[in-house]
Design a protein around this ligand. Structure first.
Ligand SMILES: Cc1ncc(COP(=O)(O)O)c(C=O)c1O
Length: 450
């Protein structure tokens, strides 16, 4: 593609989500009840999620139609542009062609509204009045606040304390859309109070904030819980990203040799990669690379076993790569990647060798982010900057080998609320955290045995 960007038309917006469960090499292990340790049924999840989403979580249908009301909201920003990174390629002097799908054009600034809008819609359909959730980077909380406003639902957000302090304007954004936001661990829940009693200065974690939001929903009749990542239905809603990429590549007569994305819980990576995984399972040669932080390397250093999704142990048990649910990752700036576990779908595909994973430190990540901003213009969020790091590394390898590979990565959010992180990097104050082996070993001791 000689052009700088390709924008599909509104009529090209996908009409169905792609459900990779229909094509997995083997079925997902069942989700287990935290008390009985036996497989759970839909009724066990009903206090937390509306039935339509519980159905999607276990569906084996390959395609699930996107409701018209959801597509109408998607049209506020979708289809999103596919860029060719001509300027970055030139700076790297690489023969590789680098493409990126830019999800930062959504109202909240990331891919997260792709599922937030769907989740708010199905909750509204079932008569739910209020949603509770957690947010790490603030991106997911913003997305849900926006989506709740579209469908006139109340929204309560438990925001990981370190992000609450690093990004005060994310809170203002959520409040602008009408959500109420507290720093987690908070005094609003038993889970928050018990963690504060033991660790008054806890920086919080996604696992802790999930415990608070789940408790909130479980205790109130009018409230259900919304999760921004990890679960099967969440990753499925994100497949609009990869489907649009495939159509755009068809239009320009190209196909990527590799797809790269960052992984926290796995939704942005699953969203861009799964439609390509479908091709790989049918024999196509394509590399799929998930990039995680060295500070929370669940796939590259974790164990593939059953564990809780939250810190306290309230959620069902899912088989995934985990560092132990009580592990609190160091306070890196990529708040959305500070999670102990990984989506069960991505975990299975990694375990089967279909997806590969790499871990990177935050200083090289910011070095890549700054080069990207100086060449391509967009200031990327710290999370997708992990993908940029690996895309640049791969493009440099192409320079050395002379190979002309086509590289696609997911630029799943902008970093305009992350300037404190850039400030720390530019002034030399950004720390790299060594892999916290002892803490992970301690946390793994509390992982339940089935
Ligand atoms: C911009 C951005 N990218 C990535 C992530 C990581 O989550 P996931 O792996 O589900 O995409 C987050 C999470 O908050 C995020 O805000």
């Amino acid at each position: 593609m000689d052009d700088t960007k390709l924008i599909l038309e509104e009529k090209d917006l996908p009409k169905a989500w792609y459900n990779i469960q229909a094509d997995l090499p083997k079925p997902l292990p069942p989700i287990m009840h935290p008390g009985t340790k036996k497989p759970i049924g839909p009724d066990d999840l009903a206090p937390l999620f509306p039935m339509a989403l519980i159905g999607q979580e276990v569906s084996q249908e390959r395609w699930i139609e996107i409701p018209e009301e959801v597509r109408e909201v998607y049209k506020l920003w979708r289809p999103t542009p596919l860029f060719r990174a001509h300027r970055l390629e030139k700076a790297l002097n690489t023969p590789a062609r680098i493409y990126y799908k830019y999800e930062g054009v959504s109202p909240a600034g990331s891919h997260k509204p792709n599922t937030a809008v769907a989740q708010a819609y199905y909750n509204k359909q079932q008569g739910v009045k209020r949603l509770s959730t957690e947010t790490g980077a603030g991106q997911w909380g913003s997305a849900l606040a926006f989506a709740c406003r579209q469908f006139e639902l109340e929204c309560k957000v438990y925001m990981v304390k370190v992000s609450y302090q690093q990004k005060p304007y994310r809170r203002s954004m959520m409040e602008t859309w009408g959500a109420s936001v507290v720093a987690s661990p908070s005094r609003d829940t038993e889970a928050g109070r018990s963690i504060l009693a033991e660790h008054p200065n806890s920086p919080g974690s996604l696992g802790i904030a999930i415990s608070e939001a789940v408790e909130d929903a479980a205790k109130r009749e009018d409230t259900k819980y919304a999760l921004g990542s990890v679960l099967n239905h969440v990753l499925m809603h994100q497949t609009v990203i990869g489907q649009e990429c495939k159509l755009a590549f068809e239009k320009i007569g190209e196909y990527p040799d590799m797809v790269i994305g960052c992984v926290g819980g796995g939704s942005s990576f699953g969203g861009i990669a799964f439609p390509f995984v479908k091709d790989k399972l049918q024999g196509r040669n394509i590399q799929l690379i998930a990039v995680e932080p060295e500070a929370a390397p669940s796939i590259t250093r974790g164990t593939y076993t059953y564990d809780f999704g939250d810190a306290v142990g309230m959620t069902p048990l899912i088989k995934m790569f985990t560092l132990g649910h009580s592990f609190v990752p160091p306070a890196i700036h990529a708040g959305g990647l500070r999670y102990h576990g990984m989506s069960p779908l991505i975990s299975l595909l990694c375990d089967e060798g279909i997806i590969e994973a790499r871990a990177v430190h935050q200083n090289p990540v910011f070095e890549a982010a700054v080069l990207f901003a100086r060449t391509e213009g967009i200031v990327p969020a710290p999370e997708p900057s992990h993908a940029i790091r690996v895309a640049i590394d791969e493009a440099i390898k192409c320079r050395e080998s002379g190979q002309r590979k086509t590289i696609l990565f997911n630029l799943c959010g902008h970093g305009y609320f992350d300037m404190a992180a850039y400030d720390a990097y530019l002034s030399g104050r950004l720390e790299d955290y060594a892999y916290p082996r002892e803490e992970v070993e301690a946390a793994m001791k509390s992982v339940p045995r089935l």
